[in-house]
Write a protein that binds this ligand. Structure first.
Ligand code: DMJ
Length: 616
């Protein structure tokens, strides 16, 4: 048609040409055709053409954003991961002994994942993680075998678990009704609250709730949460955020949701958010600052006198190694290995780690040591790094037991009434108080007891039990049976707050967290009894018509609510309570470690564990 419009040219005239001319013309024509088809497949931005010629393929949510980030690890479709997880055959659905078949009974739809290789060929999803191989390496079904529920039989423990599930459902539905998309619910005013920690990110309660909803098989609610992440969780914010809080709540929550479900949207968002945190590490020492500005090109407060906080920069290791594992991008692992190196090489007063450090000079700023707020999860992440590396990260193990020895020597005390507690240390002077936050340490010491030197194991188990008992006392000695923010051991008073400003309870998890670990270690029914006391107290004093709220004074039975349903109540408190009344193989400690916001992250059972996660 087109040729006919060229003056002096007709199709017939083509055949009037001589043989060499015909040959040249056909050669030119075939070259043109090859070029067009080549362009279709090879040139960038040819997706519109491809859509015309190729059958449609399923678009993975979130990948459109990735395509716009040329430097993003997920944009490197063809590049193999630096430490590829060895491909293992997907477990057969027919094999009754396989993990997959028992998992299927739980009612969550089983998603069959293509292997990395086949996925690359089929739809070229740029995500370097073999989910089938990962699942096949788990020692236990994620949600356990749950023998007690097979015959639909009723049991008191099951009824207790159901009660906790109902509390979670109520907390979620209240949040959804009054504050969906906001960071947290204010149950008295029935509205949402953003807070200042997340730099403009929203939906903290949603991200923090994902894995708890999944664990409790609240399917409809989980789908609501997932839909929000897919459609409404935007990362293009520009505020100042707490590096620590964004890491433990958002990145931890997204990573867990990914590992539990295999839904790539969670993994992709976690990596994208992880990249937004990297500017915080631009300091002379590589120790990150507490806050990071999400405004591109800027980073946090740079005042030379500002200190970084041990619990904050020391609680990134677990999540950042997983970011490297999923993205193939080593930068995340490098950042946390550097933090480890700086801390390992520093002089420590009596082997203790002070809570404040200058990211500029690399010196300790004050000699305040605490296993509660400001210090707490640094110690937790050492022992959990050892466990998460499938016991290959020997450096973390050594640092943990050395730190624990120093804590025992200089901070541990027994009150005249026989209560064991961990005091706070200020340049050699002790504050005989324990914060609610420090009550996680009973669980931590129990978790680490089995890998201590033979002669210390029984001692650590006993120490864990004693600290947990003291924390229970702080609850038992209040009128509400909920514990205060801090409690003292002086002037003849033990395990009680001494002023109103320390008498509040904000739905914190640390005490029930320790009950859960102690239960798993000992199966002593006392921990379930104590856990149930907390459930009853929460129902009585913290449940309002529109959600759960903290209270201002645990020593008053006339409720005075603080009007806040903390996101960690759904992430941690209710999850640990639920696990306390579940079998040991539900999120088994042989397969998972919990980050400091109770988000389960898998232990690296792969053969490449040492290569990937051991010290460098
Ligand atoms: C949580 O956000 C985390 O557990 C953190 O490590 C300390 N405090 C709160 C809950 O109390």
């Amino acid at each position: 048609m087109l040729l006919r419009k060229v003056p002096g040219f007709s199709p017939a005239s083509l055949w009037g040409l001589r043989l060499p001319q015909k040959f040249l013309f056909l050669l030119f024509l075939s070259g043109l055709v090859t070029l067009c088809f080549g362009a279709l497949f090879l040139l960038p931005h040819s997706s519109r053409l491809k859509r015309l010629f190729l059958p449609p393929r399923i678009q993975q949510p979130g990948l459109e954003v990735v395509a716009d980030l040329p430097s993003h690890p997920l944009a490197r479709e063809q590049e193999p991961p630096p430490n590829p997880v060895p491909a293992a055959p997907a477990p057969s659905d027919d094999d009754p002994s396989s993990q997959s078949s028992s998992r299927r009974k739980k009612g969550w739809p089983r998603r069959q994942w293509p292997t990395v290789a086949s996925r690359r060929q089929e739809d070229r999803v740029p995500f370097s993680f073999d989910f089938n191989a990962f699942q096949s390496r788990l020692r236990h079904p994620v949600l356990g075998s749950r023998a007690d529920e097979k015959g639909e039989s009723w049991s008191p423990v099951r009824a207790q678990r159901e009660k906790i599930k109902e509390m979670m459902q109520f907390a979620w539905q209240s949040y959804k009704r009054y504050a969906m998309g906001r960071n947290e619910l204010r149950p008295l005013t029935r509205d949402g609250y953003e807070g200042s920690m997340f730099g403009g990110l929203s939906g903290a309660t949603i991200i923090d709730s994902l894995d708890t909803l999944y664990l409790m098989e609240l399917k409809e609610e989980f789908q609501e949460a997932k839909a929000w992440v897919q459609d409404s969780f935007h990362l293009n914010v520009s505020g100042e955020a707490s590096l620590f809080e964004v890491n433990i709540r958002y990145i931890g929550g997204l990573l867990s949701a990914f590992y539990l479900t295999g839904e790539e949207v969670f993994g992709i968002k976690a990596i994208q958010l992880g990249e937004k945190l990297l500017p915080a590490f631009k300091t002379p020492t590589g120790i990150p600052k507490s806050s990071v500005s999400f405004k591109s090109g800027n980073w946090g407060w740079a005042a030379a006198g500002s200190s970084s906080i041990l619990a904050e920069f020391g609680s990134l290791h677990l999540e950042f190694l997983h970011l490297t594992q999923l993205s193939g991008k080593q930068v995340f692992a490098r950042k946390v290995r550097n933090i480890r190196k700086v801390l390992r090489n520093m002089d420590k007063p009596f082997g203790l780690y002070p809570n404040f450090l200058s990211p500029v000079s690399g010196n300790w700023v004050q000699q305040h040591v605490s296993v509660g707020g400001l210090g707490d999860s640094f110690y937790e992440y050492l022992i959990k790094s050892w466990l998460m590396s499938a016991k290959t990260d020997v450096e973390a193990k050594t640092m943990y037991y050395e730190a624990l020895e120093a804590i025992e020597t200089y901070l541990l005390n027994v009150s005249p009434g026989g209560l064991t507690y961990i005091a706070e240390w200020r340049g050699g002077i002790l504050d005989h108080k324990m914060g609610h936050l420090a009550c996680f340490s009973g669980g931590m010491i129990a978790l680490g007891a089995d890998d201590a030197k033979e002669e210390k194991r029984a001692h650590y188990r006993e120490l864990a039990a004693q600290i947990t008992k003291t924390c229970h006392e702080s609850y038992a000695r209040s009128d509400t049976k909920l514990g205060p923010e801090a409690f003292w051991f002086n002037s003849g008073r033990e395990a009680v707050a001494t002023q109103l400003s320390e008498s509040y309870y904000i739905l914190r998890p640390e005490v029930v967290e320790s009950y859960m670990y102690l239960w798993r270690q000992t199966h002593d029914p006392i921990y379930r009894e104590w856990g149930w006391e907390v459930v009853m107290a929460l129902e009585k004093h913290c449940r309002t018509e529109a959600g759960f709220s903290g209270i201002q004074d645990v020593y008053s039975v006339t409720p005075s609510h603080d009007n806040k349903q903390q996101s960690f109540f759904l992430a941690e408190t209710l999850k640990y309570l639920y696990l306390l009344f579940s079998d040991d193989d539900v999120l088994s400690l042989e397969d998972w470690v919990f980050n400091t916001e109770a988000h389960p992250l898998p232990i690296n059972h792969s053969d490449s564990a040492h290569r990937a996660w051991g010290p460098r």
